[in-house]
Design a protein around this ligand. Structure first.
Ligand code: HEM
Ligand code: MG
Length: 250
């Protein structure tokens, strides 16, 4: 048999499937709170069983799938490692990230608060609330800021155990920044809504609807630029304009 014939199946498969093949999780696999890491396991960029993920695997997966710089990958891995309940662990499982109030926090975009029950997996009702604030086909800083503010406002009003630590706040803003700067475009800080909806709903990278990983490497500094812009754009709604005669404290 000729060498080229031997190679043929691999070439065809490679051409049909240039990216980690998507395979939904098996019941024995572990997944958790992070829609992106779940997707990376579903594609085989991270171990498909979602367990014993080490630093190299994380850095390579985030670089191969998303073009994150190795420094940024190492930084993110630290959060994974620290989530492992075993002291001095050098790996983590995806469900270690579910530890409530460590990095996981209330007011998630697509997960309900722990007070209401299962808090680590995708919840369509919660996600629909967020989608209502994504008012255009292309998400920008303001829409993302509004979607995030809405979730924390709603939790604050309805969850008697609602809380948000400083770290929880930072994660919340950073995750929203990641939507724009990692799934979307770090330069314009925008992202087609359909990519985000597809990723969250299917835990699958949205290749089939036209998504491509960033052509530019993405660093922690890139994320922080969007982080600060989201914080700037976050405001409680101003009071409706009123005629001065109705003001009491004037
Ligand atoms: C959510 C950890 C990588 C996007 C989360 C949460 C954790 C987490 C603990 C839960 C926070 C919550 O309560 O909502 C990690 C770790 C990572 C990582 C340890 C790397 C080792 C990424 C990357 C992205 C991403 C590369 C890129 C888009 C998100 C988003 C959410 C999230 C958008 C919010 C989900 C929601 O609010 O429903 N991640 N993450 N994460 N992560 Fe990751
Ligand atoms: Mg949460």
């Amino acid at each position: 048999m000729k060498f080229t014939t031997l190679l043929f199946p691999a070439v065809v498969l490679g051409a049909a499937c240039p990216y980690g093949t998507f395979k939904p999780e098996e019941p024995t696999d572990t997944r958790g709170v992070c829609p992106m890491l779940n997707a990376l396991s579903n594609h085989g960029f991270l171990p498909r069983n979602g367990r014993n993920i080490n630093e190299n695997q994380t850095v390579n997966a985030l670089n191969d799938a998303l073009n994150l710089t190795p420094d940024f990958g190492r930084f993110l891995f630290t959060a994974g490692r620290l989530s492992n309940p075993k002291p001095n662990a050098t790996t983590f499982n995806l469900n270690h990230l579910d530890r409530h109030d460590l990095f996981e926090h209330d007011g998630s975009l697509s997960r309900q608060d722990a007070h209401f029950g299962q808090w680590s997996r995708f919840n369509q009702t919660v996600w629909n609330w967020t989608l209502q604030y994504y008012t255009g086909d292309v998400l920008d800083v303001q829409m993302v800021a509004n979607g995030r503010a809405q979730r924390h406002m709603r939790s604050n009003l309805t969850d008697p155990e609602y809380r948000l630590s400083e770290v929880g706040h930072e994660f919340s803003v950073a995750e929203n920044a990641a939507i724009l700067s990692i799934i979307g475009d770090k330069v314009t800080q925008t992202c087609p809504k359909k990519f985000v909806d597809f990723l969250f709903t299917n835990e699958q990278l949205p290749y089939s609807i036209g998504w491509k990983k960033s052509g530019l490497p993405i660093s922690l500094q890139d994320l922080l630029r969007t982080y600060h812009d989201i914080e700037e754009a976050t405001a409680f709604p101003p009071r409706p304009a009123s005629d001065n005669s109705t003001e009491i404290f004037n």
